[in-house]
Design a protein around this ligand. Structure first.
Ligand code: ADP
Ligand code: MG
Length: 697
């Protein structure tokens, strides 16, 4: 058995491989591009392409692809082979710098929200040298950005890279103010914790709802759910353990630092957390992780469900986006630090995040909005749809002291002393945890917990990076012109805390009382995707995002349109699937059972006319009434879907879906689920919740 360190990253064209396989001057030129964003010339690209090809071919690759992340939320690839004819009738393996740098997939079938009419179908992909190329199967995958010929981004990577650049630029301005001249670059880092369900493939195949929509649209509650809390961190079952072992191996070969895994709260639910890395790479890795989870599951006769709410009444799946900022020398800017001076800098970055989250609550909320995630956020499940921040008691006390100009009272106990005139020094405390907050400070990073399990993490990080860049820009503008830096800094912190403390909430985020308090504080509460998505185009948001060069105005319009379209499509597929299941499986099953019960009653009567058949009679009556109800509700739902054709515009359609279709779907479900509890199991056409949740051993 090979050791992990022997095969870790074996399928990645990483720094080790580059150093070993590239001529020194090519290697340094490429490093400069990767580290500092320097222009790359074609000579270098040709040399890199040749080395990449030789390496890939030696590892069994025959094809290459520009790997990109269109707005479908998943990744896309178009494979070309390396082969080129040689004059002697054979083939040689070829790959040029041009092919490495630029690709031209047919863009017409990717969503563009009107940015690219189909007649000018060509978009292009451009190599992102900051994310390493890797081999998947027999294909060399080159991470790329995807743009239209007009230069508009058609993917999630492009704005993500732009947002990282915006934050870098503003953070450097701040660091210079603190006399920090050596830092060349500020990165954002992310470690996304990924939740998922594993269920048996054979059961999955018998559920059209899971196959078409990724979640169960029907299903009565099992006698046992998650109430015992016996799954969380419980012993991992052998089939699951085998899956996890192979998953780790596959991820490690791709240089993905999968680190911890454990069972989650719900039965059949699990979590995987990688070690954090630069946002851009973390995003690529998370997309790959989701893809490989599904592939490995299939090899084990399992299906990996990434839907946010596969089972009603059972905890949903999210993704925790652990986020921080660090310098190229590895200093974490959200780490309180030891000296008062480091503390002051830390407090400024902390305030920048507080202000960003308060000013752009709506952008953070909508960055995670999908039809699937609507079942978690704002639906009696954590976290709520209201964005708030948790800082912990210690930090809170520090902010209070600054706000009120009072000495920090915990000074003795917490090793506090007043530093540079007014700013306290304090030690980091990680013991203090709040698991219900959507946005929690966890010692040296923030954990944004609203992301859905299937979301690309790009969207949330684009908004987070941009919003923080904006706070930093405001601060830099103000402080650069200040006569006395320390006084100006102190006033800035105090003002920021006063203005934005409403976003800080250290209590229980699941509590109903919090929702009313949040409303009183003026925080927004957008429960659904149609509620929040149109705010992407609010003036303040458009101005902020365009001023930092993260999006153009037309890109924002197209994205809003696409996200709402995705919402409508997802719900309508569910509605149609429900109607179909009700009519073609559920009603026939109930009818068959009803008939058999009636036959039993008739047979009993024939045997002895005085036998009472009270049980059968009541059951037949109930089932008949339910059949009528199911048929009527399915028809109503179908009619409501048809009626949508008359709505005009995507916002109106999304609103109509939220207001009429969702309600009718749940009415239909209620009747079917009741029927399930009354119908003998062998008649019911689908595996039950109990079967789905407890069958993997
Ligand atoms: P938890 O108590 O939440 O499990 P961990 O320390 O295990 O905390 O971290 C959870 C995730 O946060 C991991 O993916 C980890 O790599 C990531 N993480 C830790 N430090 C940082 C950081 N500075 N920036 C981004 N992510 C980080
Ligand atoms: Mg965590």
């Amino acid at each position: 058995m090979e050791t992990v360190s022997a095969y870790f990253g074996s399928l990645v064209f990483d720094d080790r491989v580059m150093k070993a396989n590239l001529p020194a001057e090519v290697y340094y030129s490429l490093k400069k591009t990767i580290d500092e964003g320097a222009q790359l010339d074609l000579g270098v690209a040709n040399a890199v392409a040749a080395a990449m090809k030789d390496w890939a071919v030696a590892h069994g690759a025959t094809h290459y692809t520009h790997w990109f992340q269109p707005l479908t939320g998943i990744t896309a690839e178009k494979h070309d082979s390396f082969i080129a004819p040689s004059p002697d009738g054979g083939v040689i393996m070829e790959f040029s710098g041009k092919e490495l740098i630029k690709g031209e997939p047919d863009a017409s079938s990717f969503p563009s929200g009107g940015l690219r009419a189909t007649f000018e179908a060509r978009g292009y992909t451009a190599w992102d040298p900051t994310s390493y190329a890797f081999i998947k199967g027999k294909t060399l995958c080159i991470p790329t950005a995807f743009c239209s010929y007009g230069g508009e981004a058609l993917d999630k990577k492009t704005p993500l890279l732009r947002s990282m650049e915006a934050l870098n630029k503003q953070a450097l301005r701040i660091l210079r103010l603190f006399g920090n001249d050596a830092v060349k670059r500020v990165y954002t880092s992310v470690g996304p914790e990924q939740e998922y369900f594993l269920i048996d493939k054979e059961m999955y195949d018998r559920r059209p709802d899971l196959r078409y929509t990724g979640r169960t649209l029907f299903g009565a509650k099992p006698p046992k759910g998650q109430e015992m809390d016996d799954h969380y961190f419980g012993v991992i079952k052998p089939r699951v353990a085998a899956f996890m072992e192979e998953l780790n191996e596959e991820l490690w070969k791709l240089g993905i630092l999968a680190k911890t895994e454990h069972n989650e709260v719900a039965p059949a639910q699990h979590e995987l957390a990688p070690i954090y890395t630069t946002t851009n790479i973390a995003t690529d890795h998370n997309q790959l992780t989701m893809e490989i989870m599904q592939k490995v599951a299939a090899k084990h006769g399992l299906v990996c469900l990434l839907h946010e709410k596969p089972f009603a009444g059972v905890n949903g799946s999210g993704k925790h986006n652990n986020w921080s900022m660090a310098t190229d020398s590895g200093v974490n800017l959200l780490s309180p630090g030891k000296s008062p001076f480091e503390n002051a800098q830390f407090l400024l970055f902390l305030c920048a995040v507080i202000q960003a989250v308060d000013d752009y609550q709506d952008l953070l909320r909508l960055s995670v909005a999908t039809a699937g995630n609507d079942h978690r956020l704002g639906a009696n499940e954590a976290p709520p749809a209201v964005v708030s921040m948790f800082l912990g008691d210690e930090l809170n006390a520090v902010l209070e002291a600054i706000e009120n100009d009072t000495p920090y009272s915990g000074a003795e106990k917490m090793k506090m002393k007043l530093g540079v005139d007014v700013l306290p020094a304090f030690s980091r405390d990680t013991t203090d945890r709040n698991r219900t907050s959507p946005f929690a400070f966890t010692g040296n990073k923030f954990e944004f917990r609203m992301l859905g399990s299937s979301n690309s993490i790009a969207c949330a990080n684009i908004m987070l990076n941009s919003a923080v860049a904006e706070s930093l820009r405001l601060y830099a503008d103000r402080l650069e012109g200040a006569a006395d830096f320390e006084t100006a800094l102190h006033e800035l912190l105090r003002e920021t805390i006063r203005t934005h403390k409403r976003i800080i909430f250290n209590g229980n985020g699941y509590d109903d009382a919090w929702i009313s308090e949040a409303t009183a504080r003026g925080l927004s509460n957008y429960r659904t995707t149609p509620d929040c998505m149109p705010h992407l185009l609010d003036r303040k948001n458009v101005e902020m995002l365009t001023s930092h060069g993260v999006y153009s105005e037309s890109e924002l319009h197209s994205r809003c349109e696409i996200m709402l379209e995705n919402y409508c499509k997802a719900v309508l597929i569910e509605a149609n699937t429900m109607v179909d299941m009700a009519k073609t499986d559920i009603i026939p099953a109930i009818e068959a059972y009803t008939l058999d019960i009636s036959k039993t009653a008739a047979a009993k009567k024939a045997l002895d006319a005085y036998l009472t058949c009270g049980y059968e009679t009541k059951l037949v009556q109930k089932l008949s009434a339910l059949t009528e109800q199911i048929a009527a509700r399915a028809e109503e739902l179908e009619a409501a879907v048809v009626a949508l054709h008359t709505t005009e515009g995507i916002i109106a359609e999304a609103n109509a879906i939220r207001d009429t279709i969702l309600g009718k779907m749940s009415e239909l479900r209620v009747a079917c689920d009741e029927a399930e509890t009354l119908t003998a199991k062998k008649y019911w056409p689908y595996p039950t919740y109990g079967d789905l949740l407890f069958s993997v051993k």
